[in-house]
Design a protein around this ligand. Structure first.
Ligand SMILES: NC(=O)c1ccc[n+]([C@@H]2O[C@H](COP(=O)([O-])OP(=O)(O)OC[C@H]3O[C@@H](n4cnc5c(N)ncnc54)[C@H](O)[C@@H]3O)[C@@H](O)[C@H]2O)c1
Length: 281
């Protein structure tokens, strides 16, 4: 395993499950020390043991709707590991469902609170330290539902579009300080969140993978948490050193028009010319 994150310190929210957990492991495997935040304390604490204990990973309870929790998570990186080089604002939920006309305001607000305000707090407190240090990589979680319409519930889509905008705007502010800001937009990946939506059981990854593979533009290939962790690894590392403001899709081409069905015009036929004429003659 290459150690391209050797010497770096990363903060990850939503790190107790799915993509956040896969990214934490990937970062540690590549040499980083990580500070993990989540509201699932038992799973989060369990992660630190898996990742090699306190020298490599620290877990703190962190509800991203509480600015003080997110600030404390960032400060833990400084206090315990001496720096913060990377933040991955990954915590999220599916949130409010159904037509906008029946969406309860409280459900809308909580969805927005977790996935916009939570990202704002992470960006705010990490960028403060990174500007001072003159370097850093801020990564946040958007979605293909933040790039195209109709791919997710309304509040979710609104929040994920906001993450794209916040990413571009912060990139413009902090680029002059040597800090990079990017976000990731995955399609439906096989994680507990999607398993819950697709099968009613958040642990049923097997059936989720089979369903996603059948729908995938890439033959037989479901998207996995590790695919997103790999994107987050690249954005965290110096290999992406000239990339900022990007929304990196991890979607097998879905947002560019690829589907599991063959596209129109995939077979050879004589070229179509002026009205009523075909072929080169
Ligand atoms: N799985 C996908 O298909 C997919 C696609 C696009 C984007 N995303 C985004 O990726 C992120 C991770 O999703 P996942 O699929 O790994 O889901 P997941 O449910 O496996 O993990 C989400 C984690 O966020 C935590 N969390 C929820 N609310 C929180 C809060 N208020 N404070 C702190 N932590 C909180 C959960 O406890 C959980 O550990 C989310 O932002 C999600 O919207 C997922």
């Amino acid at each position: 395993m290459d150690k391209r994150l050797e010497g770096k310190v990363a903060v990850i929210t939503g790190a107790a499950s799915g993509i956040g957990a896969a990214t934490a492991k990937t970062y540690v495997d590549h040499g980083a020390r990580v500070v993990l935040g989540d509201i699932q304390d038992e799973a989060g604490e369990g992660m630190t043991a898996t990742l090699g204990g306190a020298g490599h990973a620290i877990f703190r309870h962190c509800n991203v709707t509480e600015e003080a929790d997110v600030e404390a998570l960032v400060e833990t990186a400084i206090a315990e590991f001496g720096q913060i080089d990377i933040i991955f604002n990954c915590a999220g939920i599916v949130g409010a469902l159904g037509p906008m006309s029946t969406t309860p305001a409280e459900e809308w607000k909580l969805t927005i609170d977790i996935m916009i305000n939570g990202v704002f707090y992470g960006m705010k407190h990490a960028s403060r330290h990174m500007k001072e240090a003159g370097s850093g990589s801020i990564i946040s979680m958007s979605s293909t539902a933040g790039v195209m319409g109709g791919l997710g519930p309304h509040a979710y889509a609104a929040a994920k579009h906001a993450v794209v905008g916040m990413t571009k705007n912060l990139a413009a502010e902090v680029g002059g300080f040597g800090v990079r800001v990017n976000c990731i937009a995955p399609a439906g990946m096989a994680t507990p969140m999607v398993a819950d939506v697709m099968t009613g059981d958040h642990q049923n990854l097997e059936e989720t993978i089979a369903t996603l593979a059948a729908l995938s533009p890439l033959k037989g290939r479901a998207g996995l948490a590790q695919d997103v962790a790999n994107a987050a690894l690249w954005l965290a590392s110096d290999e992406s050193g000239y990339t900022s403001g990007l929304t990196l899709t991890v979607d097998a081409g879905a947002t560019t028009g690829s589907t599991a069905e063959p596209p129109a015009f995939a077979e050879y036929a004589p070229m179509v010319r002026e009205a009523g004429r075909k072929g080169v003659d």
